[in-house]
Design a binder for this molecule. Structure first.
Ligand code: AMP
Length: 395
């Protein structure tokens, strides 16, 4: 696996695919700089070597060159974070970009306009990728958020740098963290899978059954498993067409010696609302008219025991409807337990789907070993897929 440290960037132009798809407010000010901050170590290393940097990214989902999606809005913020002036090319290909790239001196940074102003980017167009490639000497992919897409700048471009391509610091860290959980993990390994639906997590569950010792299944998925085993789930969310699949997962887990932990009690509500009436009931005896929206205290106690004896923990998905305060306790309690296990030396990875939102909201970010930056990309890695953007560098 080639990383930045395999190259000396002195007098070289690095063309870096970054993920600067940042949120902007109505005045086009960047409201969350996490993704720009995350790319800084890669850029710093190249500049410190005496190289120059060409940054390319997408922003939003523009239909053609829509001004509101212009990356010009973020130039000042990128400059500020990097601590160097950043030049801007109003088109990522064509004469202006070529000229700006050609005149780039050591220590300088050039940001190219939104790649998705050209349909060729998402189409993975080879000629477009070749034109982008012509701007730099070494290709660096540091955009984990788009590594599961075979776009021109994330994948196709790599073929034009057979001996001069590598992962940036961020992308290398993502791969390393996932390997720490699924490949070179210290046992016992526990995966916590929450969220709303079995259907969106089934491939993840199947893929990691071979790699974990314990699996905690929570969130809305709980009720498909409980109903499949004959429990009464009231009005709780359930996928009736996945009942057989749930039983199949339980059977496979048993066969592989994986211990499955499902809530034994839940916080049930008489309405899907923060101000609903609530009661704690057994997960197998939820009254009609009530729905389980969070894990109950006995379940949380059980989960805590499992988490605290784990050496490796993967967390994907909340244990309840954490967006509503009334049903956030389970997710917070689990986060506290994982934080404690991490402080005691366990390795914890949070990622995939929306899990990161919960972790940020409750301030767990700095208490986990690693919080993934790519929702969809991490989910696909957990499903065991080879991401095209990663494969293109390894090729
Ligand atoms: P996912 O994107 O699959 O990780 O799902 C996250 C969503 O699952 C969150 O928006 C939660 O509100 C939702 N969720 C968690 N537990 C439940 C539950 N018991 N009933 C309904 N939705 C839930």
């Amino acid at each position: 696996m080639k990383t930045l440290n395999d190259f000396n960037f002195a007098a070289k132009k690095a063309i870096i695919r970054v993920d600067f798809n940042v949120p902007l407010d109505e005045n086009f000010k960047v409201t969350d700089t996490t993704r720009i901050d995350a790319a800084k170590p890669t850029i710093d290393k190249i500049l410190a070597d005496g190289g120059s940097v060409i940054l390319m990214s997408h922003l939003g989902r523009p239909k053609g060159a829509e001004e509101k999606y212009s990356l010009k809005h973020i130039v000042a913020t990128v400059s500020e974070i990097l601590g160097v002036p950043v030049k801007f090319a109003t088109n990522c290909v064509g004469a202006e970009a070529k000229d700006a790239a050609a005149h780039l001196k050591a220590g300088e940074v050039l940001l190219l306009e939104n790649l998705r102003f050209h349909a060729e980017e998402e189409a993975g167009d080879v000629d477009f990728a070749k034109e982008l490639a012509s701007l730099g000497d070494i290709y660096v992919n540091d955009a984990f958020g788009t590594a599961h897409r075979a776009h021109a700048s994330t994948t196709i471009i790599a073929q034009f740098f057979p001996d001069a391509k590598c992962f940036g610091t961020l992308l290398a860290k993502e791969i390393e963290s996932l390997n720490k959980v699924l490949k070179d993990s210290e046992k016992p390994v526990t995966a916590v899978l929450g969220g709303s639906k079995v259907s969106s997590k089934i491939t993840v569950i199947e893929n990691i059954l071979d790699k974990v010792d314990h699996m905690i299944i929570g969130g809305g998925m709980t009720f498909t498993f409980i109903k499949a085993q004959g429990g009464q789930i009231g009005e709780s969310i359930c996928e009736d067409d996945k009942l057989d699949l749930a039983l199949e997962i339980l059977r496979k887990a048993k066969e592989k010696g994986v211990q499955i932990h499902i809530p034994v009690d839940v916080v049930a509500a008489d309405d899907f609302s923060n101000s609903a009436n609530t009661q704690v009931v057994a997960v197998t005896a939820i009254p009609d008219g009530w729905q389980g929206l969070d894990a109950g205290p006995k379940s949380l106690e059980n989960f805590r025991k499992v988490i605290l004896q784990s050496k490796t923990i993967l967390w994907n998905g909340p244990l309840g409807v954490f967006e509503m305060e009334t049903f956030a306790k389970g997710t917070i309690s689990l986060g506290d337990d994982i934080a404690e296990a991490t402080a005691n030396g366990a390795f914890s990875l949070v990622g995939g789907g929306d899990s990161v939102a919960a972790v940020k909201q409750f301030g767990f970010e700095d208490k986990m070993s690693y919080v993934s930056t790519g929702g969809g990309a991490m989910l696909e890695m957990l499903e065991g897929k080879v991401l095209p953007g990663i494969a293109a560098i390894l090729d």
